[in-house]
Design a protein around this ligand. Structure first.
Ligand code: AMP
Length: 225
């Protein structure tokens, strides 16, 4: 099906558990874009036996709920974005920007790639309590890393719908680390980034507390407006 032309670079902002990954996967299906989740890239690095040990050492921060070094994020994310843009394919960036400093570094990168006019940012708003509830109940596939968001429909699922792998709990989805992530990567972290993009005139906001399909509908409306 043909869809209206949308921006090539869609940046999803939101606190952990706000549904960035879930919405990104829906957009990938609809627009045939590539989903770039820095969290997924970092977890893939962690399970790659051939990865650079210096890079792997930096993942300790992730396991304890802290942000990892900017240099590692830029190395992983910029290479992936460039590859997709060179293939003339759009990207959905999920959790890729977690400070104003990072936002500025991405801005410089987009300027260099001559795609600044092709950026749209969507902030998926959610309160901490709902996020906490979702994070304690979601599952991840131990084989392919697919994340299964919490919903009544998914409550009793034990195997991955994509690859049949066994579902487990993400290493950083335990009570203590979730609380720390919501503190460090919550609205306090998002607000200045959203303000930065608002000043650039590229920010849209959606209500992430509604059910998955409703949020998806709103995101599509925003993209195709
Ligand atoms: P996520 O899968 O998006 O929840 O990310 C999991 C973890 O990866 C985060 O808690 C951070 O430790 C790390 N991470 C992901 N993206 C970034 C980023 N842009 N900057 C710093 N750390 C990140």
């Amino acid at each position: 099906m043909q869809h209206k032309d949308i921006k090539k670079i869609i940046i999803l902002l939101g606190i952990p558990g706000s549904g960035k990954g879930t919405q990104a996967r829906k957009l990938v299906e609809r627009y045939n874009y590539t989903h770039i989740s820095t969290g997924d890239l970092l977890r893939a690095l962690d399970s790659d036996p051939e990865a650079d040990p210096v890079d792997k050492q930096m993942l300790e921060d992730m396991k304890t709920g802290h942000l990892v070094a900017d240099t590692l994020i830029y190395k992983l994310a910029f290479a992936e974005i460039k590859k997709q843009l060179d293939d003339n394919r759009g990207v959905i960036l999920d959790g890729a920007i977690r400070s104003v400093e990072q936002a500025k570094a991405y801005h410089d990168f987009f300027e260099k790639e001559d795609v600044l006019d092709d950026v749209l940012v969507i902030d998926i708003k959610l309160d901490n309590e709902t996020a906490y509830r979702r994070l304690t109940k979601r599952k991840i596939c131990s084989d392919c890393g697919h994340i299964i968001p919490f919903s009544q429909k998914n409550e009793d699922i034990m195997t991955c719908e994509k690859c049949g792998g066994v579902l487990t709990v993400r290493e950083d989805d335990n009570d203590e680390t979730i609380k720390l992530r919501l503190e460090e990567q919550g609205e306090k972290m998002i607000a200045p980034i959203a303000a930065y993009y608002d000043a650039l005139g590229v920010l849209q906001t959606v209500d992430g507390s509604l059910d998955i399909e409703t949020v998806d509908g709103t995101v599509i409306d925003v993209l195709e407006a």
